[in-house]
Design a protein around this ligand. Sequence first.
Ligand SMILES: [Zn+2]
Length: 292
Amino acid sequence: MGDRRPSTHPPITTEFLKALPKTDLHLHLDGSVRLTTLIELAEQEGIELPANTVEGLKEKVFKEHYESRLVPPLTLGRYIEVRFAPQLHFNDKMDIPQIVHAVNNGLKRAKDEFNDCDGVKEGSEPEFNYGIICTAMRMFAPVFSEYYRDLSRCHQFAPDKTLQSLASIELARAAVHLRDIDGLPIVGFDLAGSENGFPPKIHNEAFDYVTKNFMNRTVHAGEAFGPESIVQAIVGCSAQRIGHGYHLFSTENVTNKDIKDADKFVHDLVQVHMRARRNPLQMVTKTSSLSV
Ligand SMILES: [Zn+2]
């Protein structure tokens, strides 16, 4: 017989859940630009968009729920961790520190404005805060940005893996410097981009560097490749969080011939590397982000 005593807690309603202050620990900056800002920037830079109105862009490019996702970080999310790849934004006007400082300036302005509201000042509302995660790219091509173009030109005889490793080590150094010398709230180092064929072990040196400098680590893994990729992220990159990880349980994606029992491999991965270490898996959908 179960315990049938009436609960003393009020019912958990949709309104209650909506009103709860949230955190978003997996917020991609690049996907969080307001459509009005996107149109404004495109006009400034003379870039032609598929449409020049919010309605037109929603119709042609975005679905309704993309727009709705833009609201929570500042209205409900009281702590957000914003991640982006600074090297993708590098150009002859802005170097890596300037890019990260620019993002920090925008976030700080939002923080200061939000925390100036009566609710926060009176103590009835939790304040808003943020952290920045610097993302290295698993792979890139010269067309990705001027940084990658110049790097490829300067090392035109180097294998791709060498360039990928060089780029991530440079970003690791920049992330630690920006945190320790410039005082920016860099809370983690990340790896993202095409997964299949671009193993995280290429970036082990960058992750070693941030680990030795007491910076937290997260890796996008198990998204386009199987559980083996998650193991590589945890073992080689000391990842404390796994981003996306959709294929954690996809035993059919285990490809290493030395792994004779894929079910046991996934079981051990979950029990030893994830559950015992409390290594969270961040599931990110088109409309929400959930850490489990
Ligand atoms: Zn992600």
